[in-house]
Design a protein around this ligand. Structure first.
Ligand SMILES: Cc1cc2nc3c(=O)[nH]c(=O)nc-3n(C[C@H](O)[C@H](O)[C@H](O)COP(=O)(O)O)c2cc1C
Length: 307
């Protein structure tokens, strides 16, 4: 049975994953935290925490709130910064079989390009996920993802700065996600991933103020799944490049819905907080479904449920 998928078919080296299950940025640390006793080498890929030029401390506490079937977070891109990622994390990744994609965020187009340049030729880095939709920071991030032109400008700058496969991650906080997807594909993205978190909030009625320190946050988990699936369906129908779907995937049947909507792979985020084994269980569940249905190649299922 073939579970392997290609996420960058037009790229000279390509980005082939052994299976379509990836851990989502910000929900799986640097991957290194999960190395033992869990066999992360069996995953399709790992995407690391959003990485910025300088280390960031993130937003004021509280930064997480549980919501019906979901989580609201306003972490604010707390991370160790690109220099520490190159020095401390990449050498570990270089010894792994599982490919690692570095998720990058800049405050300007130039910062995105600089981050991409710094990752060029680094052993242990197999690709870049470009986050143009973080809802939790003031400058950069989300601004680029809401309209086609700035999204294309970031994509073109990153494309020019690196020979690595480039996947651009879209935000649902726009009225024109298909326009943004078409623009980033035309600007040279090898693949597109979606969704980042839609914005939300919770009010603490006793304190009479927003519960999160930063007032607003990004919603994730099963609550967003039908929205995410709809947007993946729309984007996959509009672009030629591979699409990676995420948003509330917690089981193999959830993952199969995204694949059948047209996603070539899936990312697992919030489900890791309930059970860090869930990505592997989802992968095994996909395998079991294929066996039951007599399907030899996962690629037969991509888009098979579009109707
Ligand atoms: C606590 C937390 C931190 C996150 N940090 C990042 C991040 O640094 N970069 C990014 O692109 N997405 C980040 N995300 C978004 C996830 O990668 C994913 O797009 C989203 O949560 C939807 O998937 P899920 O419902 O499976 O979690 C974060 C999500 C959560 C819950």
């Amino acid at each position: 049975m073939n579970l392997s998928v290609q996420l960058a078919p037009k790229h000279k080296r390509g980005l082939r994953l052994a299976n379509p299950v990836i851990t989502a940025s910000g929900t799986f640390g640097w991957g290194t935290e999960y190395e033992h006793p869990y066999d992360i080498q069996r995953l399709g890929a790992v995407v690391c925490k959003g990485t910025t030029l300088k280390p960031r401390e993130g937003n004021p506490q509280p930064r997480l709130a549980e919501t019906p079937c979901g989580v609201l977070n306003s972490i604010g891109l707390q991370n160790i910064g690109i220099d520490a990622v190159l020095k401390e994390k990449a050498p570990v990744w270089a010894g792994w079989r599982v490919p690692v994609l570095v998720n990058i965020v800049g405050e300007t187009v130039e910062e995105y390009a600089r981050l991409a340049q710094m990752l060029e030729g680094v052993a242990g880095v197999s690709g870049i996920e470009v986050n143009i939709g973080c809802p939790n920071i003031e400058a950069g991030g989300a601004e680029f993802g809401v309209k086609p032109e700035p999204a294309a400008a970031v994509t073109a700058a990153v494309r020019k700065a690196t020979s690595l496969p480039v996947m651009v991650k879209l935000t649902p906080n726009t009225g024109d996600i298909v326009g943004v997807a078409e623009a980033v594909a035309a600007a040279g993205a090898d693949a597109i991933s979606l969704i980042n978190t839609p914005k939300g909030m919770v009010i603490d009625i006793n304190k009479r103020r927003p519960l999160l320190g930063n007032r607003f946050g990004g919603l994730s988990g099963p609550a967003v799944r039908p929205l995410a699936l709809y947007l993946v369906y729309q984007v996959a129908g509009a672009v030629e490049v591979p699409v990676v779907g995420m948003g509330g995937i917690a089981s193999s049947s959830d993952a199969l819905e995204f694949i059948m909507a047209g996603a070539s792979a899936v990312e697992i985020g919030t489900a890791n907080f309930n059970d860090p084994n869930s990505p592997l269980e989802i992968m095994e569940g996909i395998e079991a479904f294929m066996k039951k249905e007599g399907i030899e190649d996962i690629n037969e299922l991509i888009g098979a449920g579009r109707g």
